[in-house]
Every structure is written in C-alpha cells, then in structure tokens.
Design a protein around this ligand. Sequence first.
Ligand SMILES: [Zn+2]
Length: 291
Amino acid sequence: MRKTFAAALGLIALTAPLSAQTPAPPPAPTASARELFGRAATAAPLAARAIGTYIRGCLSGAVALPVDGKTWQVMRLSRNRNWGHPRLVQFLERFAARVPAIAGWAGILVGDLAQPRGGPMLTGHLSHQIGLDADIWLTPMPARTLTPAEREEMSAINAVAEDWNDIDPKVWTPAHVRVIKAAAEDPLVERVLVNPAIKKALCRDAGTDRAWLRKVRPWYGHNWHMHIRIGCPPGSTECKPQDAVPPGDGCGIELAWWFRPEALKPRPVGPQRVMKLSELPATCTKVLVAP
Ligand SMILES: [Zn+2]
C-alpha cells in the first residue's frame, strides 16, 4: 500500500506541469512598479505595515474596507482600491459612524484607498501607495444602497465654482464645513487635502475655533472629494513620515498664492515617469511576491 502510494506520488511529480514545480521567477528590478502592483488582486498575508513614503512605497497585511457599512458605501468597486492599513480602515469606520450626527448626512461615499498591496497605480494618484490615504466624496451618501452600476457611473458633485476662485454656493453647505472639520480634528489624521477654493471657504466659515484649519491643506483638484491622510502607524518602522504641517491656520499669504493666475491653471502634467520596482523600498519586492 505504502509502495503504491509512493509510486503514485512519483507519477504525479513526473507528470505535473512544470509551472506547479517551479516558483515564478522574481520580478525584474527594472519592471514597472505600477504594472506589478496594479495586478496584485489580494493583500500580502504578512504583518500590517506601511512601507516607504506616501508617494513611493507599498503595503503589507492590508484589509479591505467593506463595500457597505451602515454609514458608508464604497464607490468604483471595479478598481479594487478599497484596501488600507487596518488603522486607516478602522478610522474610516469610526468616522463614518459619526457623520449622521455631525452633518445630518446618511453617511459618506468613499473613493480610493489603496491597492491590495499598495504601490503605484496604473491610473490616477501619485500618493495612496502605503494604505494611509483615503478619498471621501463631498457628495453625501444617499439614504439607500447604490447599485454596482451606480457606483461606477455616478459622478461626484463639484463643490468649486467654474472660475476656481471660490466654492459653488449652490453646492456648498455648513454640513461640508462640519464634516471636513471633524476629519481634521481626529488625532489620527495628519492632513486633509482640499481644493484652494474650499480652503478659502473654510477659512471664512470657521469663526474663532481655527486650530483644525492647520491640517487642511490646499492642493490641486480635490474639488470632488477631500483626501484624508493618517500618520505612520506604530510598528511600521519603514514608514517615512511627512514633515509636520506649518504652524498657523494657513489662511493668509500661503493660501493667496493659489489664486494667482498661473496657479489657477490646471496643474502642468508632463509624461508620467514610470517608476521601476527597484525605486521602491526593497521590502516591497517581498510584499509583491508573498503568496
Ligand atoms: Zn486622494
């Protein structure tokens, strides 16, 4: 019986296709990082770690934000970008739960977090690479479950006026101020990126309680969604923090810069440079090849 079993095993070994015996060759260091990470369909089953910088890194041990919660819905499901460091996912769940009381919205619509193993993406975003960034739409969640098709096709509402000089008063509400303020006031959040026109409106509407404005940073785009960035989690020893935000509410000369004619034009984008795998931290190759 034993002999027959061994023989059978031998037979299997002899006839098994070559691919079952030989592990895939390691990816070439010169290979395009965004092609490799864009193809990763599942998380790397390793400890949860944000590795590298927000614009050059990867993510191990990611978890997916469930596509439906009581107070959130994930949009653009086909992109498979609802993955983050567990700390980011916990933050989003906790934050979403507070939104009905804060804003009177049914909840939030959540855009991109990161890919299952983080890394650069084939389309969009320079950042969102280490599982600590998330986009939250400025459109309130409807009080019903959107269909998968609606989540692909529905567009966000632009909160900024056509000339980019201020918010669109037909769209902007006090609830927007409260939602952005609540995000900025969360101790885990280091930065909230919004369009300069939105920062202008927040500076105007904040009143005397202004400390939270420091974390709200003007940036190109971000007229459909705000971008939330949390800090490096404890234990992510290879996560490189950003410089602290400068002191002050950022409502003065720094904000005025954004409204000069040359800054109001769309951001000049040259041909996007393709990052090689070797340009990411070495640990990212391990994250990529983990089974
Ligand atoms: Zn973003």
